[in-house]
Design a protein around this ligand. Structure first.
Ligand SMILES: CC(C)(COP(=O)(O)OP(=O)(O)OC[C@H]1O[C@@H](n2cnc3c(N)ncnc32)[C@H](O)[C@@H]1OP(=O)(O)O)[C@@H](O)C(=O)NCCC(=O)NCCS
Length: 151
């Protein structure tokens, strides 16, 4: 696939991808926030020919650190290396900006959800490491794991 961006205002392109993943993005209130983040932050798009098949949104937090705010790949395109390509493109961009650390917040391992179990496996494979699980950031039902990697 070809990766373009990062660019702002990518909400319309990414919304169908977000909506194709209800097992991960099933809370409407959270989805609205994700779409605002996609629209207002730097977003990379993965294209197969003219079809957008994946995206990754980056938020910068300081001179040294940034966050993967949200990412997703169409389900029929999973396990083809597209998520890995998006992370690599994000890291190349962040390095060019002098960023040293990249974090991601995801559902923690104390929650039994099988889908986020796979998400954590993906992040570990691309080099993120679990830093700490918090029950206070989201809520007791949704423990938040912060993962981090040096870019
Ligand atoms: C997470 C996601 C973006 C990964 O994209 P992807 O293109 O499928 O990932 P890749 O093909 O680059 O996977 C790289 C490696 O990660 C690991 N991995 C990825 N998906 C996995 C799964 N479902 N189960 C176990 N390991 C997995 C594997 O080691 C994989 O390498 P392999 O296929 O050679 O074994 C994609 O699965 C997705 O859209 N998930 C739903 C949304 C989500 O979880 N978003 C993140 C939370 S904001």
């Amino acid at each position: 696939v070809k990766i373009t961006g990062p660019e702002f205002n990518q909400g319309a392109i990414c919304e169908p991808i977000l909506r194709s993943l209800p097992d991960w993005f099933g809370i409407e209130e959270a989805n609205r926030q994700f779409l605002l983040d996609i629209e207002n932050s730097s977003t990379l798009i993965a294209w197969e020919d003219d079809r957008p098949v994946g995206f990754l949104t980056i938020k910068k937090h300081s001179t040294y650190s940034a966050e993967v705010a949200v990412t997703g790949v169409l389900p029929e395109y999973h396990r083809r290396g597209i998520g890995t390509q998006l992370i690599a493109a994000a890291e190349a961009y962040l390095r060019s900006q002098g960023i040293e650390y990249l974090q991601v917040k995801t559902l923690g391992p104390s929650h039994p959800d099988p889908y986020y179990n796979r998400t954590r496996a993906f992040y570990e494979k691309v080099g993120f490491r679990p830093l700490e699980e918090f029950s206070q950031i989201w809520n007791a039902e949704n423990p938040c794991l912060i993962m981090i990697k040096r870019v």
